[in-house]
Design a protein around this ligand. Structure first.
Ligand SMILES: Nc1ncnc2c1ncn2[C@@H]1O[C@H](COP(=O)(O)OP(=O)(O)OP(=O)(O)O)[C@@H](O)[C@H]1O
Length: 272
C-alpha cells in the first residue's frame, strides 16, 4: 500500500475545515487524478498526503509511516521519498536550472554531497537527461528568473523525475502549459510513475485530460470525496454534479471529441 487516509480531517489555523472525513487508499503504483471545483480541497489533500500539513482528525499512513507519530528525522526521510510538483515551483529566482533540478535529491544525498553541489553541480549528466525529457535540454545553465511560467513548471517536473520518488504528488502540474505540452507532460508523468511502480496523484482542472490519462478519478467537493471511481466509470452526470456551482463554462466537463486545457480546446488525441 502507498498511502491510507482514514476519516482524515484538516482544519486550518483560522478554523476553516478544508477536509472532512476523507477515507482514501492507494496501492503502490496506482495513478489517480483529483478533480473538483476551485477551493474544493485538492491542494490541501495533496499537502496532507505529502506531510506538509498534518491531519487534525483521523489517521494517515504514508509509505508505511504515520507522519503524526514520526520523529523529525523519520519525517525528513519519509519526505525524501515523496516528490511534489507545486502549482508554482518554489525555485529561487537566481538559481541555475541545473541546481534546481539536482535539489530533487538533496534529501537523499549525504550532507557532504549536498554542500558540494552548492559549489559545483554533482550530476550534470543526470540533470541534462531529465531536462531533455521535458524538452528543455538547452536550458541547463540558464537562471530560473529567465524562464517563462510554463518552463518553470516543467523544471519542477524535471526535478521530481530526477528525484525518483516512490510517491509523486502533482498539484495542477500543467496549468501553465499549452494544450499540446500539457498532454505530453501528463503522459510523461504517468509513464514515469508506471515505469518505476511509483504512485502518482495529480490534481487537474482539465477534466478530460484526467479522464483520458489516469486510471482512477477522485472527485472532491467541499472538502469531501464526492466519488472515487475507475476513470472509465465516471459519468458526465457525476461531473456536472461535481462542478454544479461552478461558473466555468459547461465545456469544461464536455467529453470527447474535444477537450479543454485551461480554457483552450484541443483535439481528442489523449492518452487512450
Ligand atoms: N492556509 C490556509 N488557511 C485557511 N484556509 C485555507 C488555507 N489554505 C486553503 N484554505 C482554504 O481551504 C479550502 C481548500 O483550498 P484548496 O487550496 O485545498 O482548494 P483547491 O481545490 O486546491 O482549489 P484550486 O483548484 O482553486 O487550487 C479553500 O476554501 C481555501 O480558501
Amino acid at each position: 500500500m502507498s498511502f491510507l487516509l482514514q476519516e482524515v480531517g484538516l482544519t486550518h489555523s483560522n478554523g476553516h475545515m478544508a477536509l472532512a472525513a476523507i477515507t482514501l487508499r492507494a496501492q503502490q503504483g496506482e495513478n489517480i487524478a483529483l478533480i473538483g471545483p476551485s477551493g474544493a480541497g485538492k491542494t490541501t489533500l495533496l499537502n496532507t498526503i505529502g506531510t506538509a500539513l498534518l491531519p487534525t482528525q483521523g489517521v494517515m499512513t504514508v509509505l508505511g509511516q504515520q507522519p503524526k507519530a514520526s520523529s523529525a528525522r523519520a519525517l525528513r526521510q519519509l519526505r525524501a521519498r515523496i516528490g511534489t510538483v507545486h502549482q508554482a515551483a518554489p525555485i529561487p529566482a537566481r538559481q541555475r536550472v541545473v541546481t534546481a533540478i539536482l535539489a530533487g535529491k538533496l534529501g537523499q544525498w549525504p550532507v557532504w554531497k549536498s554542500l558540494a553541489c552548492l559549489i559545483y553541480p554533482q550530476d550534470m549528466a543526470g540533470a541534462r537527461q531529465v531536462l531533455e525529457r521535458v524538452h528543455l535540454g538547452e536550458k541547463l545553465f540558464v537562471r530560473c528568473d529567465q524562464l517563462s511560467g510554463g518552463q518553470l513548471q516543467r523544471i519542477g517536473i524535471a526535478r521530481v523525475l530526477y528525484q525518483e520518488a516512490q510517491l509523486i504528488l502533482a498539484d495542477e502540474p500543467v496549468s501553465a502549459l499549452d494544450p499540446t505540452l500539457a498532454l505530453d507532460t501528463v503522459q510523461l508523468l504517468v509513464k514515469e510513475a508506471k515505469s518505476r511502480n511509483a504512485t502518482l496523484v495529480a490534481s487537474l482542472h482539465a477534466v478530460d485530460l484526467a479522464r483520458s490519462c489516469f486510471d482512477r478519478l477522485v472527485g472532491i467537493r467541499d472538502g469531501r470525496i464526492a466519488f472515487d471511481l475507475p476513470a472509465h466509470a465516471v459519468t458526465d452526470a457525476q461531473l456536472q454534479s461535481l462542478y454544479a456551482a461552478e461558473t466555468a463554462p459547461a465545456e469544461t466537463v464536455r467529453p470527447q471529441p474535444s477537450f479543454l486545457v485551461d480554457g483552450q480546446v484541443m483535439p481528442a488525441h489523449g492518452c487512450r
